[in-house]
Design a protein around this ligand. Sequence first.
Ligand code: AHM
Ligand code: MG
Length: 335
Amino acid sequence: MQIATTITQFLADEQSASQRQDRDLPVLLGQVITACKIISNAVNKGALSGVMGSLESENIQGETQKKLDVITNEIFTQTIERGGQLAGMASEEMDDVYQIPAQYPRGKYLLVFDPLDGSSNVDVNISVGTIFSVLRYQGNSAQPAAGEFLQPGTKQVAAGYALYGSSTMLVITTGNGVNGFTLDTNIGEFVLTHPGMTIPADTKEFAINASNQRFWEAPVQRYVTECVAGKTGPRGRDFNMRWVASMVAEVHRILIRGGIFMYPKDNKDPTKAGKLRLMYEANPMSFIVEQAGGLSSTGRQRILDVQPEGLHQRVPVILGSKNEVEVVLSYHAEH
Ligand code: AHM
Ligand code: MG
């Protein structure tokens, strides 16, 4: 009988095999994985647990918070704060740094996360996810300041997402490729089901919120117009389009069968550089996409090279199959 590899075993083996041999990292990731299992359970219960719907409150981005946004944020902080691996946390749902309570030990990592990405989908029972990024804490304060989180994506030690879909999956990288695990609810463990995930270099599928078309810049206008023109257009082939409005679901689809995802720069609101947030959406997803052989860019710069200026900074995102992202980048360069 073939015994399945659990994520716990996998991450421990990965550290044993690596030069860093960092025993703290699998411990921290284990706590993140537990938080994701608790969130999976809450999301799966849906209306049965009375947690559907919105609150009166807004988050720092001025977005109405869903009840589950707040609950899943608490699940994350409370599951992980006492583990002793963290110097601090930051999240989409908290204005400032979350300081580890004084009674708990401190560690050498920073954790940045979006506890429930795509939460507008929750009330209509469409896939949502959790995104996380692990950075090394380079200071020595018991209460790290927001500025100490502002490291470019290239500094990430690990990144991953949990996808609460028709099954719950966890996809993770520690800089050594990308591996996918499926939650076996019978044993309560994530089991390795998608080893060595890679993004096909070519694709005929694009994802963009086309209701923003009138606000896009010329290179994106050109790219989408050419895709829609299909076989008789300059690209000489028909394209398909998808938009889930759940970045985790879109990135997962791209990891499985290729594709390009864009939430590009637009002129809808000149105060915003894009919609998606650099630290806890774009950076972890870009780390995963690059580790799987894809590309991720703002259109002008590799996302992982962007020097963050704020915890909740927004950034344009164009990511996915290498050859297709290169087409969009060449249109930006020409423009
Ligand atoms: P959220 O973190 O508030 O859920 O927002 C991020 C989500 C992404 O998952 C998704 O790609 C995008 O917002 C969808 O935006 P739109 O509703 O404009 O299509
Ligand atoms: Mg989000």
